[in-house]
Write a new protein. Structure first.
Ligand code: ADP
Ligand code: ZN
Ligand code: MG
Length: 483
């Protein structure tokens, strides 16, 4: 029997506002701020306190919903979702239930299997809970509560069950991360827990119109684990069905040491949250004109940019995403081409994603604070294109440019690095290399043609690395074959 995986995603994204959703406490980095250092009576859930909505968080939420082509609501309503847990001091979470800010969105993914259209079911605002840390063991076991995260603005984005592979799920999550970074509403630092992914997975016989029983994996914060977890569940479900056993509806977690999921809670202990409208908050209304202005003011989305890069620069999907997943690198790439429009796109692509990434990585910098500007890189690549210097020389000049801040032309002049294209000189360098290495020459002529690379290296050494490599290789082949 053939099976079809069906997956829907719930993603929680913290909104990187200055203050929390309903109080004026700052939103702090959980990994560095001392526990419970950003807490007030509101986010600690003291009785008698009143929530005051954060306009910026609402605006950020609408930006994401608009970028996902959602229908935007001019009126949205906050509700109480009631349940008890030690990380939720109020005993309820303020969230949006039947009137979210956005619904019925869509997004197109480019995967290795082609285009995929995913429907967004809803986008709604809520507040985050506190964070529990479980410590000790046996009699010493205890839990620590940090309320710094309590009340941090959170956006939940829920899709329809439109995914059919772990890859599609991963690509979607990557698109979303790129989006929230472009919009400046989230740092995208998954490892800090600012974006948490919950895939719902089921499997059904191909052709069956009915959905299978779903299992939800909770709180994943890495793309690698997301892909592995989804694949694991797909395989587990198929095994069960093959053995004639039912899939149980449950919530599971991922155990990275065992590389497997484990059961957290079954459908039987599912909550009834008793949602009702939050009596301390009025419906949130925004006007149509404001929504239109907000939509019109959105930056080009990462996927639109990827599409444009593929069409304009003839890049493959993978290559386009290598650039656009990070706005600064996409901008840098285009800036180099704007400075020097006649440079071959492939050259610029490989320098930006290769040499530049290596250079910046080594200095723990990025394109936004690059020591070599787009203009400087364009000038350097112009010298290569003109034949003034060869690629290898250019690579060492790039490093020097980053250190000294000097322009490429200056370094070429100062160090006398101009490429040797003089055929008489090249012929001499090659002849010397051939004469000095009779054994290698003999083995080349006996059929071991890879020896040519060694001889090429010897000849290039004589030219202090500055020879035009194409001319030198041609001359070497000529001498070896005719000699
Ligand atoms: P719940 O009420 O348990 O949260 P929902 O119906 O609200 O379930 O859906 C939550 C997420 O699970 C959505 O992304 C939805 O697309 C997805 N989903 C629902 N049913 C299935 C299913 N049978 N298989 C896979 N995904 C599903
Ligand atoms: Zn507070
Ligand atoms: Mg759910």
């Amino acid at each position: 029997m053939n099976y079809e995986p069906v997956i829907g995603l719930e993603i929680h994204v913290e909104m990187l506002t200055e203050s929390k959703m309903f109080c004026s406490c700052p939103v702090v980095d959980l990994t560095s701020a001392p526990p419970n250092s950003a807490v007030c009576p509101v986010c600690a859930g003291h009785p008698g306190t009143l929530p005051v909505p954060n306009v910026k968080a609402i605006e950020y939420g609408y930006m994401v919903a608009a970028a996902l082509s959602c229908e935007l609501a001019t009126t949205s309503i906050f509700s109480r979702k009631n349940y008890f847990y030690p990380d939720l001091p109020k005993g309820y979470q303020i969230t949006q239930y039947d009137h979210p800010i956005g619904q019925h969105g869509k997004i197109t993914l480019f995967t290795s299997q082609g285009e995929r259209h995913i429907r967004i079911r809803r986008v709604h605002l809520e507040e985050d809970t506190g964070k529990l840390t479980h410590a000790g063991s046996g009699k010493e076991s205890h839990s620590l509560v940090d309320l710094n995260r309590s009340g941090v603005p959170l956006l939940e984005i829920v899709t329809e069950p439109d995914f059919h592979s772990a890859e599609e799920v991963r690509v979607y999550a990557e698109y979303l991360r790129a989006l929230v970074r472009y919009l400046g509403v989230n740092s995208g630092d998954l490892e800090k827990g600012v974006m948490r992914i919950e895939p719902n997975i089921s499997v059904r016989p191909v052709g069956d119109p009915k959905l299978g029983t779903k299992v939800e994996i909770k709180n994943l914060n890495s793309f690698r684990i997301l892909e592995k977890g989804v694949d694991f569940e797909i395989q587990r479900h198929i095994q069960l069905l093959e053995n004639g056993q039912p899939v149980l509806q449950e919530t599971v977690g991922w155990d990275d040491t065992k590389q497997a999921t484990y059961s957290q809670r079954s459908k039987e202990d599912a909550h009834d949250y008793r949602y009702f409208p939050e009596p301390d908050l009025p419906p949130i209304t925004v006007d149509e004109a404001w929504l239109q202005e907000l939509s019109a003011g959105l930056p080009e989305s990462p996927w639109k940019k990827a599409e444009r890069f593929m069409a304009t620069y003839k890049l493959q999907t993978q290559e386009a995403w290598q650039l656009v997943s990070d706005l600064a690198s996409a901008n840098f790439f285009e800036a180099v081409l704007a400075c020097s429009p006649f440079l071959p796109v492939r050259t610029v692509f490989s320098w930006v994603t290769g040499e530049m990434v290596a250079l910046l990585g080594a200095q723990e910098k990025w394109f936004g604070d690059s020591p070599v500007s787009a203009q400087s890189l364009a000038n350097l690549l112009d010298l290569v294109a003109k034949g003034d210097i060869n690629q290898n020389t250019a690579k060492s000049i790039l490093v020097e440019m980053a250190q000294s801040g000097k322009p490429a032309e200056q370094i070429v002049k100062d160090k006398n690095l101009v490429q040797v294209s003089d055929t008489v000189l090249i012929t001499t360098f090659v002849r010397d290399a051939v004469v000095e290495n009779p054994e290698e020459v003999a083995s080349y002529r006996a059929g071991k043609t890879t020896v040519i690379n060694f001889l090429f290296g010897q000849a290039m050494k004589k030219a202090s690395g500055k020879a035009n490599p194409q001319l030198m290789r041609a001359e070497l082949e000529r001498q070896l074959n005719n000699g």
